[in-house]
Design a protein around this ligand. Sequence first.
Ligand code: HPA
Length: 276
Amino acid sequence: MSEVAQTLNACLASVRGKTDFHPEIALILGSGLGNYAQTVRVECEIDYHDIEGFPVSTVVGHKGKFLFGFVEEVPVVIMQGRVHYYEGYSMTDVVLPTRLMGMLGARILFLTNAAGGIQDGMQGGDLMLITDQISSFVPSPLIGPNVDELGTRFPDMSHIYDEELQNAVRQAARSLSIDLKEGVYAQFAGPNYESPAEVRMAKMLGADAVGMSTACEAIAAVHMGMRVCGISCISNLAAGLSKHTLSHREVQETADRVAEMFQQLVTESIRRMKTE
Ligand code: HPA
C-alpha cells in the first residue's frame, strides 16, 4: 500500500475512533464563510491536531477543525480552516483532508473560496459559480505513486464541476434573487497576489477569477469519484483591474459584507442537491 494510502487509513481510523458520523456532503469553507458553522446543527467537532497523521503545521495559531452536523436535514462534514499550498505543505498534504472527507462517506464536495474577479463587469461582492478551472500554475495533487485504492492513474477532467450540482446552485440563486456570475477559476500558488501582467495572462487563457486554493482539491476529489461543485466570493477585482492596491483586509471586508448572502446560497444549494 502506498504511503499516502497508509496515512489516509491512519487518519480515517483516528476519526472513526471519535465519531461514526456518515456525511453525504463535504463542505470546505473559504473566506467569508467562516461563520457558516453557526447555521449548522453541529453534532461533533474534531480538531485537526487530534487526528493522527493529519498535516497541521506546528505554527502557533494555526487553527482548524472538522465539524460534523446537519444543514437542513443533510448530513455534512465541514472543513473549517483549509490547508493551502503557500503555507509550505506538499500538494499531497493539501488534499489529504479532501480525500479523508471522501473516505468518511461524502460523495459530494462543495468548495467555497474568495477570489479576485477578472471577467468584464464583475464587482467586488459578486458570487461566481465555478464551471471549470485552470490548475496548470500549481503542481497536480496526483503527482507521485498513484493511490490505486482511490482512483485511476490518468483520471479524466472533462467534467470537473458536476452539471446537476451546478444546476442546483443556479436554481438556489434564482430562488434567492442572487445575481450569480459563472466562470472559470484559475489557481495560482500565492501567497503574493498576482501582478497585472499575470492577471492579463489569466484572462487571455480564459480565466474569470483567480485564487490560491480549490482547483487542486477539485482534482483530488474527481480522482476518487466525488461529485464537485464550487462557488467563489469575488472579494476584489484582480490586480491591475482597479485603481487601488490589493490587501488581505479588502478581501476580508468584502467577504464579510456578503457573508450572509453567501451562507444563504450555500444552504439553499445543499437543500436542492440530490445526494443519492
Ligand atoms: N488573487 C488571488 N487570490 C485571491 C484574490 C486575488 O485577487 N482575492 C482573494 N483571493
